[in-house]
Design a protein around this ligand. Sequence first.
Ligand code: GUN
Length: 296
Amino acid sequence: MEPQQAQILDGKLVAEHTLQKIMHEVEGLKSKNICPKLSIILVGENPASISYIRQKRKSCEKVGIIDDQINFSETISEKELLNKIKELNKDNSVHGILVQLPLPKHINERKIIEAINPVKDVDGFHPVNIGKMFLGKDYEELSPCTPSGIIKILEYYKIDVVGKEITIVGRSNIVGKPVSTMLTNRSATVTTCHSKTKDLKFHTSRADILIVAIGRANFITADMVKEGAIVIDVGMNRVEDPNSKTNYRLTGDVDFENIVKKAKAITPAPGGCGPMTVACLIENTIKATKILNSII
Ligand code: GUN
């Protein structure tokens, strides 16, 4: 008998599908003389940040959003950065503002995020947007992109979450906490695990859907996963690989090779949540453009 092989949940494909739909919306906006514009701020030269921004800008160009990258040196003061954000908040030609994280240690990330006009906060990190999400699905407006991407992938593959046992490993403000809220809004039974969780395997192995966003390569092994589970791997870790030209390769948080034989469906990493995060950022930029122009 052939060994069982999980269905691959193809984030690139779903992202492409999402971008195609957005492309038509951009055409509609342009016919009304509205040209969506996203301003991206990069502080310093973090290689991962540069690579993420490159992908975001590529998708902007694909759908016809104006992308404007603003680079600052690592030594910029918090005040100067706040002034730039104030300027972009006032600029009516700008619909989305994204400050790529992490920021240098001398800059207070929270202060920067809170300075962004919540209506232009396409990352969905502002407390106003996080707070709205807490009130229920109908209040979700500009939601964080990775959680939205996860929900979109589940919807595309018709994976119902109502009443499902969903375990999330990781409680970050960017992924773990918001995806937990959004799935509760959609009537799943959610357990959020973290570094202080007493018996992690107990929680992961009873999950119908397991979402992992912990930032450690191969952290979840096959023995921690229920037979026939759906596995969503949010991780993107650089691990040494002497066979690679760059001397490293990218890998997720789960042991894909072994879990693929046990799960019902699994996202690859790369090629799963990453492209979906970018697609949802583009979607948020269009949503912000519409809100700012009183179209929704
Ligand atoms: N750094 C890692 N992920 C993200 C993200 O989704 N948005 C921003 N702004 N910075 C990040």
